[in-house]
Design a protein around this ligand. Structure first.
Ligand code: NOJ
Length: 756
């Protein structure tokens, strides 16, 4: 009897094994899989970097050449250029048994060699065509240099500006973030991945990486499923729906399990619920790091990752060194390994690498397609569109092109900080500093330059900013000498332009700050300049929202320019001298002080909302207002816009219908200009507490001086859906309020009803 049962068990397990066996729909891939040994399959799961570039962890791969020849490498990142890439591809194609070509990855998050503004800056343009085109240009340049797999876009929602990587994403809002995710994925990938000018995009970091507790990078995240599904997951989903080819798991844990080993995340949600069929790659050693998280030794965490649905192991080599043992011990199945190898091979197939492993290696293109005048011109335009005029009550800008200008500040004649964080493929020396841009755009202006202050006087802090090269240089002159020189220049000028803010490495990976103000020496400089009585316009650079209550209280105008990329100086000059009227709008809230963080516009009301005045037993602070310094969506222009006649085209809709919401916008100022008209909706009563308003549409429109236009945004009832407490995605019948205006704190509203 016992023999019979064990025979039956054996039969059933063999049967179910063959039943579940993984096969590829792509005959070429299947034919290859059929030939592969288990070691060759595991080799495909190994992603290495030979170092040399900028590594983002303490480990880099060793013996890369030998590993490629041994069939132990599926892809490489951190190398570029037709020669180097060809050399590596030759090893894979000529010296391995199955001649499987390698994938070549890279982080190209805001342009390849033609560096665009940091992604947070690009998002402030609210211009999906420009953003998509930035990804097309990045793909054109990167593929010309042999790269076919990009670790971008980063779509992590971030509501905490202390987190340095807020610079790499699109800010705080899931609706805008989703639109940008789609624009970037379609820009990188185009419509045909076999086209050698397109590359596979990677949506990252899946998931919730931007919700790191206390804004400290790599920290744990913890949130309700409702918050996750309604606020944090939509941009990843939008990238998947746009056909993104790969997904990168994040460093953080989600519900206690690090993302790289989280089966619920990587399989149940990503593959089963969302239908993702592509490649999942870990972040840099994030598989190994699960040991530090407390999930077991390298063998245990590697098996955990594979079982969770992770296909490729970046740098850590846990897969390479332990999966075979785990297979022998029954901790993973051969089918799971085959499945992961299949996804790597399918990615290579989609790129056309089996047909021609050298299709992305073209010495001619490397010369003709990179850093063209056209791409640089586009970078200049995109940068100008990303700037946000935060404050202009002094009406100092735009400047006359023949003015006498004292250009001052530690970022005013500086190449090293123009590109912004995580531009490892860009060359800071090719960037245009502000001084040069001013001379280009206003050759008749009389311009003097003085540094005025250091970025920081704190040498310990400065050292941390200089890990990738000099970013924050401490001058040999004293603070007073620096200020005196700038003040002397200011006295002889009609107007002062002070370029101050953050060094590039004050944001980005592992660059969280607990204090997000402008460093003191720079503020002191502004105060000293104001004492001259000359008008002072501040050009502010940063990779995050800053807490600038003190600066804002001074009689200065403030133009926020992020880190603008390779054409920084020209783009800034275009806006400062009025060739382009600023039109950017914030995509992340600027707090008054860091104590308000996390802060975002789509807040819930609470049961005890604050009133107009402070009052006990209300949801308010003793020492600061609830409102931010600058709201999400805020951004001024050299002209002014007036909104009127907000209306809906019907009083009610039923599910499946749409409603048109329109408003008249008039340019009432002295300049032509663009305005981002924003639609926010408030679900008045629903089964889970609704945010006070949520972005549901936007349009960027050009209005000539004096011109009026009626702007219509069509809202589909589908956009009223949310995840309820049982995680059903639905819209509930009832009254909705719609707000339309130039920022999230617009007050004009109309009502409509969603009927059953
Ligand atoms: C770590 C970062 O988190 C990720 O975004 C990047 O793609 C990898 N390093 C590779 O450089």
């Amino acid at each position: 009897m016992r023999t019979y049962i064990s025979f039956l068990t054996l039969f059933l397990s063999v049967f179910s094994f063959s039943f579940a066996q993984t096969t590829s729909d792509i005959p070429e891939v299947q034919a290859l899989l059929d030939k592969m040994t288990i070691d060759e399959k595991i080799g495909q799961l190994n992603l290495v970097t030979p170092g040399g570039g900028v590594a983002t962890g303490s480990v880099v791969s060793s013996n890369v050449e030998a590993k490629i020849k041994a069939g132990n490498v599926g892809g490489l990142f951190g190398i570029a250029g037709p020669e180097e890439i060809k050399e590596a591809q030759d090893l894979a194609v000529n010296q391995t048994r199955l001649k499987i070509p390698l994938l070549f990855g890279s982080d190209i998050i805001h342009g390849y060699k033609t560096t665009f503004p940091i992604p947070l800056g690009m998002s402030a343009s609210w211009d999906m065509e420009l953003i998509k085109h930035s990804a097309e240009v990045a793909a054109l340049e990167a593929t010309a240099d042999g790269i076919n797999w990009n670790f971008s876009p980063m779509v992590d929602i971030a509501r905490d500006p202390r987190w340095g990587r807020i610079a790499e994403g699109a800010g705080e809002d899931p609706f805008l973030g989703s639109a940008i995710a789609k624009a970037m994925v379609t820009g990188y990938q185009g419509t045909d991945l076999t086209d050698p000018k397109t590359m596979i995009a990677t949506v990252k970091h899946f998931a919730l990486y931007g919700a790191a507790e206390a804004g400290r990078d790599y920290n744990t995240t913890d949130m309700s499923r409702i918050n996750m599904f309604n606020e944090y997951l939509p941009p990843y989903k939008a990238a998947i729906d746009a056909g993104v080819g790969s997904v990168m798991s994040s460093f953080n844990d989600v519900d206690g399990i690090p993302a790289s080993g989280n089966k619920w995340l990587l399989t149940d949600l990503l593959r089963d619920q969302w239908g993702f069929k592509g490649l999942v790659v870990s972040d840099y050693t994030s598989v190994n790091e699960m040991s530090a998280h407390g999930l077991g030794d390298l063998q245990a965490v590697s098996a955990l990752a594979l079982n969770a649905g992770l296909d490729m192991d970046m740098v850590g080599e846990g897969f390479l060194t332990t999966l075979k043992k785990s297979l022998d011990e029954g901790k993973v199945t051969e089918d799971d390994i085959t499945q992961a190898a299949l996804r790597v091979l399918e990615a290579k197939y989609k790129l056309g690498l089996f047909e021609d492993p050298y299709k992305y290696i073209d010495k001619k293109r490397a010369k003709t397609d990179i850093l063209t005048q056209e791409s640089r011109g586009f970078a200049r335009k995109l940068a100008a569109h990303s700037f946000v005029l935060l404050k202009n009550d002094q009406k100092i800008l735009p400047l006359k092109k023949n003015a006498k200008i004292a250009l001052v500040g530690p970022l005013a004649d500086n190449k090293n900080n123009m590109l912004g964080t995580w531009a490892p493929t860009g060359d800071p020396q090719l960037s245009i500093p502000v001084l040069e841009g001013f001379k280009n755009v206003a050759p008749d202006a009389q311009i003097t330059y003085a540094k005025g202050s250091n970025i920081t006087n704190d040498s310990v802090f400065a050292e941390k900013l200089n890990v990738f090269g000099m970013r924050a240089e401490i001058d040999s002159r004293s603070s007073q000498e620096l200020i005196d020189e700038a003040v002397a220049n200011a006295k002889n000028a009609d107007v002062v332009v002070a370029v101050i803010g953050e060094a590039t490495e004050m944001t980005g990976e592992a660059s969280s700050r607990s204090n997000i103000t402008i460093p003191e020496p720079q503020l002191k400089l502004i105060e000293a300049l104001l004492e001259t009585g000359k008008p002072v316009a501040v050009v502010l650079m940063s990779g995050r929202p800053l807490a600038i209550e003190d600066l804002n209280a001074l009689p200065v105008d403030i133009l926020q320019v992020w880190h603008p990329g390779i054409e920084a100086g020209n783009a800034i000059a275009d806006v400062v001298f009025g060739n382009y009227n600023p039109s950017g709008k914030l995509t992340a809230t600027w707090p008054r002080n860091v104590g308000q963080v996390p802060i975002y516009y789509a807040q819930k009301n609470t049961g005890r909302p604050e009133g107009a005045e402070w009052s006990k037993f209300k949801s308010n602070y003793l020492d600061v207002a609830n409102s931010p310094l600058f709201a999400f969506g805020h951004g001024l222009s050299y002209t002014t816009f007036e909104y009127s006649d907000l209306k809906v085209n019907k009083a009610s809709i039923t599910m499946g219908e749409s409603i048109d919401i329109s408003v008249t916008v008039k340019n009432t100022g002295e300049y032509d200009g663009e305005e981002v008209v924003q639609l926010y909706v408030h679900d008045v009563v629903r089964s889970i507490a609704p945010p006070m308003r949520e972005l549901k549409g936007f349009k960027k429109v050009m209005l000539k001086k004096g011109e009026s236009k009626s702007i219509k945004i069509t809202l589909s009832s589908k956009n009223l859906k949310f995840y309820n407490s049982t995680l059903d995605f639905l819209a509930e019948a009832g009254i909705f309020e719609a707000f339309m205006g130039g920022s999230s704190n617009v007050s004009e509203k109309v009502e409509f009803e969603l009927k059953k």
